[in-house]
Design a protein around this ligand. Structure first.
Ligand code: PLP
Length: 386
């Protein structure tokens, strides 16, 4: 059976060139990067080279990049670390469409007395800047709004959002896990104080990410027990994964222009086919500001009456890997909080599918997937399409 992977937003396969870059670090240069002897110094050199490449990729200085175990940890560190270190301000402003790695630490801080506001988003999934202006004030320590949404691909207008935070004397954090390597990203040009990155969304290894922390930003560590990463993220440094992360980012930037255009045309072709097949389908995301590789659709409940999880299972039986929400929430029957925040009703939000294209996909996949979607949906339909 033909197997097609269309879930690159959940994770990407490791690029073989990344694997080759990492290979020597597992055995040859195996030293502890904090050791003073030559084994340690060799490992340190690789680690610092990787840090330098990642810093360069986002317009930061190497000393502003802190390696973590991934995006989840970097988001948690940014939010809890800033809220613990900043004195005299108790407020966080974020949005209802953030990833759980931002929402949950915010909820946990709210339960412990911090003043947390979850901003609404518009029907395209974008933060309402006027609502942001109303919420951010002298008591706000941190504003956290993601660069691009992992479910819909909607890209936030980071510069004006960061400016609102700064005008009130607050810090600005963004989760750039999905946008890094896909669209231009420069921390200085965008006015970012803290930024989350993860390697496994860009054909790098799982289990490594980074937090950019602008020089001078106060941040307490979450972990204690060692001085690594300048005390902000103790624990023996993972040199092979850092090297893989840097190589993946380097390749992503080198290939970005061509690959983004290619993925965008595959996505647009699938969107056209889906609209032809199901004229009443809703395409979620901002048509004017969307990541190139994501197509997120909902079947309106008044017309289709479909269950997203059943759709995913039926597509899987046809060999096609897609998802109905974020990977972290699939397995539960809850509708996507992002699609709900965009104003869809619960049944429509449940009847949602996300296709995310990547390096291995071709134009042939588009026709095949559209054909199978048609077969699956017509099989599942309890109510004829209107
Ligand atoms: N933030 C966003 C926007 C994501 O899409 C993800 C992963 O799905 C994460 C954070 C978590 O990253 P990681 O899997 O590296 O912990």
């Amino acid at each position: 059976m033909n197997r097609i992977y269309l879930d690159h937003t959940a994770t990407t396969p490791l690029d073989l060139r990344v694997m080759e870059a990492m290979r020597p670090c597992f055995s040859g240069t195996f030293g502890n990067a904090s050791s003073v002897h030559s084994y340690g110094r060799d490992a340190r050199e690789l680690l610092e080279r990787a840090r330098g490449l990642i810093a360069q990729a986002v317009g930061a200085e190497p000393a502003e990049i802190f390696f973590t175990s991934g995006g989840t940890e970097a988001d948690n560190l940014a939010i809890t670390g800033v809220m613990s270190a900043v004195r005299g301000r108790e407020g966080i402003v974020t949005s209802l469409a953030e990833h759980h790695a931002v929402l949950e630490p915010c909820r946990s801080l709210a339960a412990n007395g911090k003043d947390v506001s979850f901003l609404p988003v518009d029907p395209h999934g974008a933060v309402d800047i006027d609502a942001l202006r109303r919420e951010v004030g002298g008591g706000t320590a941190l504003v956290s709004i993601m660069h691009a949404n992992n479910e819909t691909g909607t890209i936030s207008a980071i510069q004006p959002i960061a400016a609102v935070a700064h005008q009130a004397g607050a810090l600005f954090h963004t989760d750039a896990v999905q946008s890094a390597g896909k669209i231009p990203l420069d921390v200085r040009a965008l006015g970012i104080d803290l930024m989350t990155l993860s390697a496994h969304k860009m054909y790098g290894p799982k289990g490594i990410g980074a937090l950019f922390v602008r020089r001078g930003v106060p941040l307490d560590p979450m972990l204690h027990g060692g001085g690594q990463e300048r005390g902000r993220r103790p624990g023996t440094e993972n040199v092979p994964l850092a090297v893989g992360f840097a190589e993946a980012f380097r390749l992503a930037l080198e290939e970005r222009a061509e690959e983004s255009a290619r993925l965008g045309s595959l996505r647009d072709a699938l969107e056209r086919r889906v609209r032809e097949l199901f004229p009443r389908v809703i395409v979620n995301g901002d048509p004017g500001a969307r990541l190139p590789h994501i197509l997120n659709i909902s079947f309106p409940a008044d017309v289709f009456l479909l269950e997203g999880d059943m759709l995913v299972m039926n597509m899987d039986l046809e060999g096609i890997a897609v998802t109905s929400g974020s990977a972290c929430t699939s397995g539960s029957l809850d509708p996507s909080h992002v699609i709900l925040a965009m104003g869809r009703d619960e049944k429509t939000a449940k009847a949602t599918l996300r296709f995310s294209f990547g390096k291995g996909n071709t134009a042939d996949d588009v026709e095949y997937v559209a054909g199978k979607l048609d077969v699956v949906i017509r099989r599942m339909l309890k109510k004829p399409a209107g």
